[in-house]
Write a protein that binds this ligand. Structure first.
Ligand code: SF4
Ligand code: SF4
Length: 168
């Protein structure tokens, strides 16, 4: 019996299913500083996230394991978000009544700092609007993925996983 039956059936993971296979960061940790959370539930041979992590916070005993982050070791550098070829790493930080989500964004145009964007859930449905806090564009020499940090209502912290830039 699979640990992730709904993911395999529908093609996206729910927070409930995700936190049945990896630990959820505590609210205290989420408020201290950004923390990286992998949404990579399938046992595939892939390790760039583990290799790039400067603090060895990502545990994978063999390349087929799913990544497990030691949230206390994570310094929030975002390198795992930039390097993951599956666009499967996100960073979450609770700030007051908002959450700041750092996510990969491969579509053009890139948003600008301060811009209001549409928030999308894992199914691609619009769930609200948020404001862009930072943008780290692709580094041409490395080919890494651009990443965006967007501020969203706290209650959407575990729903928003993409953004849409709309310029009328
Ligand atoms: S954000 Fe940085 S320190 Fe944290 S798990 Fe990712 S690479 Fe490691
Ligand atoms: S780099 Fe991405 S796809 Fe590969 S194991 Fe890490 S989280 Fe999963």
């Amino acid at each position: 019996m699979s640990e992730i039956p709904n993911y395999l059936k529908y093609g996206y993971i729910t927070p409930e299913e995700l936190f049945s296979i990896i630990p959820k960061p505590s609210e205290k940790r989420l408020r201290e500083r950004p923390v990286a959370v992998p949404e990579c539930p399938q046992r595939i041979p892939c390790t760039p996230c583990k290799e790039v992590c400067p603090t060895n916070a990502i545990k994978m005993d063999n390349p087929n394991d799913i990544p497990i982050v030691d949230y206390e070791k994570c310094i929030g550098c975002s390198l795992c978000v930039q390097v993951c070829p599956g666009l499967a790493f996100f960073m979450i930080h609770y700030v007051g009544d908002k959450a700041r989500i750092t996510l990969p964004h491969e579509l053009l145009p890139l948003p600008e700092r301060g811009e209001e964007v549409i928030l999308l859930n894992r199914k691609g449905e619009e769930v609200g609007r948020g404001r862009v806090i930072t943008v780290v564009p692709r580094e041409k020499t490395k080919g890494d993925t651009p990443i965006v940090t967007v501020e969203v209502p706290l209650e959407l912290a575990w729903d928003v996983r993409a953004i849409k830039v709309v310029r009328e």
